[in-house]
Design a protein. Structure first.
Length: 350
């Protein structure tokens, strides 16, 4: 058997079965007179959810965030933004913020742990914006508690610095705070959310903020080639996600916590954070990355079970970590079954 029958890590059926997505999309657009309507509806719905005057569709979060930071920089007359060293812009975007937009990045804090208010107090260079990512994905999906989060925002407010939220996984973070999305988003001047991570859409992003900022963002979206007129299929897929998956985030988070509990009870692996803050968390395995990948491949071949795709390096060569995102697919795996599967992976290396 080499086909994947069941997948723990990949997102749910909407991702894996295009005909399911297309059927739902057909149902969702049949009442619309104009194909543009779903984009307008999506922007309105997200603006309302986030309590912002306006929200604007972008083809990618990469484009949306670079534009937001550029606007904050132009307004402040300073080109520098500060953020955790593992922020998406610096790590995964070929430094587009610098090459395309002439911005400078001043890291705050340490790559292995969460950003703190104390780290920000040590940033002495005047900056235009503070970027906060909720959760900090690269280190395992950690979230600061509410008091710490508001203290970080307070640092920026005291200095007249704009605050931008990388909310690629804001939907997944909300149950941790137990506050409405609008209350969390209300801390920030601009908020980016993703349409294809927890919402499992096709692709796409939305940037929300005040009228003047979003008017300005619309100009930059056009300059960068992001004003695509036929974005409605992406919007429809995201609207389906808002209806069906957004209400499930707390269930996914609780299942992540239960899976993490079973994993750590086995004593073979550990998890970060413990317990997880969001449906996304990391599992540390006492084996080299190549051995973990080989074991995962063997599980697909022998049992048709897919556990994880990418391993991440750890400081020690005989250790690695993998990321787990608990969504609809993972609901079909009991915590004990996941623990047994990971114990099997580890056994294969010994
Ligand atoms: C934390 C974070 N920010 C931003 C992005 C960029 O999103 P996009 O893929 O839509 O450009 C991602 C994508 O993985 C992300 O994980």
């Amino acid at each position: 058997m080499s086909e994947v029958q069941r997948s723990l890590g990949a997102y749910g059926p909407t991702r894996r079965r295009p005909h399911v997505v297309l059927r739902r999309m057909l149902d969702a657009v049949s009442a619309d007179a104009l194909p543009q309507d779903p984009v307008v509806r999506l922007e309105g719905r997200i603006a309302e959810l986030l309590g912002k005057p306006r929200a604007l569709f972008f083809p990618t979060g990469t484009m949306a965030q670079q534009v937001a930071l550029r606007i904050h920089a132009e307004r402040a007359g300073r080109r520098t933004f500060t953020a955790h060293p593992t922020n998406h812009l610096d790590l995964w975007e070929q430094r587009g913020y610098a090459v395309v937009h002439g911005l400078r990045f001043q890291p705050a804090g340490e790559p292995e742990r969460m950003l703190t208010r104390g780290d920000l107090d040590r940033v002495k260079e005047p900056v235009a914006a503070l970027l906060i990512e909720l959760p900090q994905r690269e280190i395992g999906g950690f979230l600061p508690d509410w008091a710490e989060l508001t203290a970080q925002v307070g640092w920026a407010r005291d200095r007249g610095v704009a605050v931008h939220l990388d909310g690629a996984r804001l939907w997944e973070s909300q149950p941790f705070y137990g506050r409405p999305h609008a209350e969390i988003a209300g801390l920030f001047d601009t908020v980016y959310v993703s349409l294809y991570k927890g919402l499992e859409g096709v692709r796409g992003a939305v940037l929300a903020g005040d009228d003047a900022t979003i008017d300005h963002a619309e100009i930059w979206r056009q300059r960068l080639g992001g004003a695509i007129p036929d974005a409605w299929p992406l919007a429809v897929a995201a609207l389906v996600g808002l209806d069906e998956l957004l209400p499930r985030m707390a269930v996914f988070r609780d299942h992540a916590v239960a899976i993490a509990g079973a994993l750590t009870a086995g004593g073979v692996v550990d998890v970060l954070p413990d317990p997880p803050h969001t449906p996304l968390f990391h599992i540390r395995l006492p084996m080299p990355a190549a051995a973990a990948e080989a074991a995962a491949k063997a599980l697909v071949e022998e049992q048709g079970v897919h556990l994880f795709t990418r391993t991440r390096p750890e400081s020690w060569p005989d250790r690695c970590r993998v990321e787990l995102m608990v969504a609809e697919n993972a609901m079909g795996f009991s915590p004990d079954e996941v623990a047994a599967l990971f114990a099997d992976v580890v056994r294969r290396a010994s």
